[in-house]
Design a protein around this ligand. Structure first.
Ligand SMILES: [Zn+2]
Length: 230
C-alpha cells in the first residue's frame, strides 16, 4: 500500500539522494523496532527497496517517510465503520436502588381505617415489610435534610435529591446518618424498626416531588426499581 500526501505532486528522483535516504530509513527502522526484525524481516526489506523519496522531500521540515513510502502488509490500519454508533458505558452504580427488601404492605393513598391511633386518613407513603433491624438504604444519592424524631413517624430521615425530589424513611429503630451528611445511592442510613405510630417493624417509604407526596411504587418504577422486591 502506498501513501502519498495529496498536496505535493511526485517529483523527479535524484538516485544518489534516494539511496542515502533508503539507508537512513532502514537504519531508523532497525533502531526503533529491533524486536520486529526476527518476525518481519521480509516486510522491512520491502520498505527499504520500494522507497522512492523526492530529493528535496526533507526541506519541508518533515520526515521523508511522510511524503511517500510503502508500509509493510502487516501494518494495515484498522478498518473504520463510520455508521457505527458509539455508546460510552459508565461502570457506575445505579442512580436509584431498593430502599428496603420486603413485601408491600399499606400503599399510598386514602386510608379510612387507620391501622394505628394517631396516623392520618391519607397515607403519604408506601409501607414495606422490612424485618426489625433490616438495612434501610438511601434510594438515591443526596443530602440528609432531616434525621431525628418526628411524632407519629418515630425516627425519621428525609433525603434531598436532584430535581426537587425527596425521599423519607419512617419508624426506624436506629438512625445512622446526621443532618447535612451526603449519602450515595444504596448507602445504609438506618435500621428498620417500629418507632412512632406503628404496629410492627416496617419501613414507611415516602417520595415527595416539589413538596408533594407521590405514590412511591409508581415513582420508583419510573426509576427502574420495583418496590416489594426482596
Ligand atoms: Zn406508612
Amino acid at each position: 500500500m502506498t501513501i502519498r500526501s495529496a498536496h505535493r505532486p511526485p517529483r523527479p528522483v535524484d538516485p544518489s539522494r534516494t539511496r542515502r535516504r533508503r539507508a537512513l530509513l532502514a537504519a531508523a527502522l532497525l533502531a526503533v523496532a529491533p524486536s520486529a526484525i526476527s518476525h518481519s524481516e521480509p516486510a522491512l526489506a520491502h520498505v527499504a527497496l520500494d522507497l522512492e523519496v523526492p530529493a528535496d522531500a526533507g526541506s519541508a521540515g518533515s520526515d521523508a517517510g511522510e511524503q511517500s513510502y510503502t508500509v509493510p502488509a502487516t501494518a494495515e490500519p484498522p478498518k473504520v465503520d463510520r455508521t457505527a454508533e458509539v455508546t460510552i458505558v459508565q461502570p457506575s452504580a445505579p442512580a436509584w436502588v431498593l430502599p428496603a427488601a420486603g413485601a408491600l404492605r399499606d400503599g399510598f393513598g386514602p386510608r379510612p381505617d387507620a391501622p394505628v391511633a394517631g396516623v392520618g386518613a391519607y397515607h403519604h407513603g408506601q409501607d414495606i415489610g422490612a424485618r426489625c433491624g433490616a438495612e434501610v438504604r438511601a434510594a438515591a444519592g443526596g443530602r440528609v435534610v432531616q434525621a431525628g424524631w418526628d411524632g407519629t413517624y418515630g425516627n425519621w430521615i428525609l433525603l434531598q435529591h436532584a430535581d426537587g425530589v425527596q425521599t423519607g424513611y419512617a419508624h426506624a429503630e436506629r438512625l445512622l446518618v446526621h443532618v447535612g451528611q451526603r449519602v450515595k445511592a444504596g448507602a445504609v442510613i438506618a435500621a428498620a424498626g417500629s418507632t412512632g405510630a406503628s404496629s410492627g417493624c416496617h419501613l414507611h417509604f415516602e417520595v415527595r416531588v416539589h413538596d408533594t407526596a407521590v405514590d412511591p411504587v409508581a415513582f420508583m418504577r419510573t426509576r427502574g426499581v420495583r418496590l416489594g422486591s426482596r
